[in-house]
Design a protein around this ligand. Sequence first.
Ligand SMILES: [Zn+2]
Length: 208
Amino acid sequence: MPTLKPLLARNRSWALQQRQRDPECFEKLVSGQQPHSLWIGCSDSRVPAEVLTDARPGELFVHRNIANMVDADDDSFMSVLQYALHYLNVERVVLCGHYGCGGVLAALSLPEMALANESSALSRRIGQLRAALKGEIHSLPAGDESAALNALVEANVRAQFAHLLRCGPVQALLESGRALSLHGCVYDLASGHLTTLVEYDATEEAYP
Ligand SMILES: [Zn+2]
């Protein structure tokens, strides 16, 4: 049976390294958090928010789900968004998709998958994603499958970003005049690079 031992050993080793780097690092975090950014990303194990941005504990407030979906009817997501914007006062929101996303691929191929006939949370979420990307799926170029998937991943970031801008907590904050920037990004598994696709800065014009 797999045990937790390897992870516990790595945890103690990590904690020791952190203390060696900054002897008071944990004491500083005990008193509270002031993350500068909210990260909304995919649950994919290859896209770990803190690791790929070289962030320290306390820097990012994070919500991850399959295919980085922004759903105003999802209380888990909406409570994270509200808390980050209105209680933690983060200064930026990063919505991050990634090439090679299994969730986006499943949305594309759902009609041919057994998942389509299941009654499960996963089936409902992927169905919802497919519905959200219906127009984009329809206009995908024929031929190169990986190019089509990459295009759909980018379309998903833009679609979820548009949903994000319409969310109540974001609208309320933008109307209040407080500084907030929102960034729709894509992460490339092959290079480790994060690239911006779309941005909105409350103090400037929106630019696609
Ligand atoms: Zn993914």
